[in-house]
Ligand binder design. Structure first.
Ligand code: C2E
Ligand code: CA
Ligand code: CA
Length: 511
């Protein structure tokens, strides 16, 4: 209870801070001081002069103290705090003989909103949606942000919270989101879909199961088209798309089941290792390896990509330090960063701090950024984040190049140091002249721009040989090695070093 009160206080302080930092209020300060002087003389003026900074400091301290468990963008509680509140509502409802429910709501088609309008606009819209949803709720309800554009409500227990009341609540939340958001000279119109589950539908269930059921209902609502509402019913397909529940993958991440595996990248010129790419792997205790295509979307919708990023960075730097200590020559490890992480203004400082903690030079870390992220980012937080990392000395690799329409100016603006030619262009490049032309075009553009190149998804010796002949700098793919757990890397590094030393790499004639 005390925890929830603190959360409410922090959310209130954040809203106050946002209001007080707004231009309207700041413009009002001189008038306020003057009025104090007129009405109360010097004494009043001194009081205002002392009270205002004190108010700012107090609100700032409260809002910062609550950063754990609160969403940075909206000030809403995050998933774990939310589950805590819902469990509390369930316990109260059971004790009082009243009803509660969980509603999960998501803005429709938000995935490419940032691409169309820019990241700053996306943030603005999410903040506006959060404020409006908050305004549409009763006191006692708990609102959380549990995904990029996904919100959840834990309803305060009430005697008559039945199916009809829940539908009305979901519709009210939808209407709140549908209010236009003024942005620049235009208005942005959005719709949202909602799913909910009454606690009575799943008697004896805990918060996680109820939230999961509401998410299943949301998936049904979304499948039926924009602005749908669905109540959970037994027999609804569970997460048809991913098959992985958010709570399950969150627990796996927490339990350390998701780790980095490493795939080598080698120089086509020397055959020597130029680096490793760190790739997330989840080995489920019963199901075995779970494909990234299943668990990454689940992590993303649970809002856990930043936490994954932290884990991957930690594993990558731990591996580098271990190779260094064993005298193995690995120049760099590359880590994949999602768009959401790159938008976080604290990312560069956090990475700098981690590198420092491990005693590693920033040039040892490669930052893999998807071409689509660069192509979609106008001058905003993402741009600043990537450039800050490049300035620090990290190498920025442009991932999946050839699929995302990044402009040449974007390559310059983001201080990209290497392009990773996408697997779709590399496949069969030794046999398909069209593929070969595409690869050659990218290689010559990169050369003109002074950018290094790496071809990914190299599956055959023929592709490797052709890429080397065409002058591609580095290769990565099953033809060299599959991603492997850290424990297998030293053996692979030793055997690759032996291969290179036994038969000196004859320039670019491999295969
Ligand atoms: P990506 O960054 O393009 O990673 C390369 C993917 O291609 C990896 O799949 C890798 O296992 C696979 N691969 C490597 N060589 C070959 C090959 O020769 N042939 C074929 N067919 N595939 C090859 P994986 O590990 O399943 O990852 C898929 C995607 O998931 C990655 O694509 C990346 O976008 C994302 N991802 C993986 N780990 C992370 C992570 O830690 N953080 C983030 N944000 N994204 C990640
Ligand atoms: Ca990558
Ligand atoms: Ca890639």
């Amino acid at each position: 209870m005390a925890k929830r009160r603190r959360t409410d206080l922090v959310a209130f302080a954040r809203r106050m801070c946002r209001g007080l930092e707004g231009p309207q209020f700041l413009a009002f300060i001189p008038a306020l001081s003057l009025a104090a002087f007129w009405l109360g003389g010097e004494g009043a003026l001194v009081s205002v002069a002392l009270a205002l900074p004190a108010l700012y400091c107090a609100l700032g301290a409260i809002s910062r103290s609550g950063s754990v468990g609160l969403d940075r963008l909206t000030g809403l509680v995050e998933r774990s705090e939310f589950l805590h509140a819902l469990d509390h509502a369930l316990a109260t409802a059971a004790a009082e003989g009243s009803q509660t429910a969980c509603v999960v709501l998501e803005i429709d088609d938000f995935a490419d909103f940032g691409a169309r309008h820019g990241d700053a606009a996306a943030e603005e819209v999410l903040r506006a949606a959060a404020d409006r949803l908050r305004g549409a709720l009763r006191t006692g309800d708990t609102l959380a942000r549990i995904g990029e554009a996904r919100f959840a409500v834990a309803c305060a227990p009430a005697p008559r919270l039945d199916l009809e009341a829940a539908i009305q609540l979901a519709a009210r939340l939808q209407r709140a989101v549908e209010q236009p958001v003024p942005l620049d000279a235009t208005s942005i119109y959005m719709t949202a879909s909602a799913g909910f589950c009454l606690a009575a539908r799943l008697p004896g269930s805990a918060a996680e199961a109820l939230t999961e059921a509401a998410s299943v209902a949301l998936a049904e609502a979304q499948a039926a088209g924009p602005a749908g509402i669905r109540a959970f019913a037994h027999g609804m397909p569970r997460r048809a798309k991913t098959g992985v529940a958010g709570a399950e993958v969150a627990a796996a991440l927490e339990a350390g089941q998701i780790v980095a595996w490493f795939q080598p990248q080698i120089s086509t010129e020397t055959g020597r290792i130029s680096g490793f790419e760190a790739l997330a792997r989840w080995t489920h205790p019963e199901r075995g390896a779970v494909p990234t295509s299943e668990f990454l979307p689940a992590l993303e919708s649970a809002g856990l990509m930043a936490q994954l990023g932290e884990t991957m960075l930690y594993h990558a730097l731990t591996a580098l330090r271990a190779w260094d200590r064993s005298g193995l020559d690995v120049p760099r490890v590359s880590v994949n960063f999602s768009a959401a992480e790159l938008r976080d203004p604290r990312l560069p400082d956090r990475i700098a701090w981690e590198l420092d903690r491990f005693g590693l030079d920033p040039c040892r870390l490669g930052v893999e950024v998807l071409e689509t992220v660069i192509a979609r980012s106008p001058e905003d937080a993402t741009t600043r984040g990537i450039r800050a990392l490049a300035r620090m000395g990290c190498a920025v690799d442009l991932d999946d190049f050839g699929t995302g329409h990044a402009s040449i100016t974007a390559l310059r603006r983001f201080d990209v140091s290497r392009v990773k030619i996408d697997r779709s262009l590399v496949a069969k490049c030794d046999r398909d002249p069209e593929q070969q032309r595409m690869v050659m075009a990218i290689l010559s553009m990169s050369e003109q721009l002074g950018l290094d190149t790496l071809a990914e998804g190299v599956e055959t010796a023929g592709e490797h040989a052709l890429l080397a002949q065409l002058g591609c700098g580095h290769v990565q793919g099953y033809a060299i090695a599959r991603p492997m757990p850290f424990e297998q890397t030293s053996e692979w590094i030793a055997s690759q070093t032996a291969r290179v030393e036994a038969a000196p790499w004859v320039g670019r004639n491999v295969g």
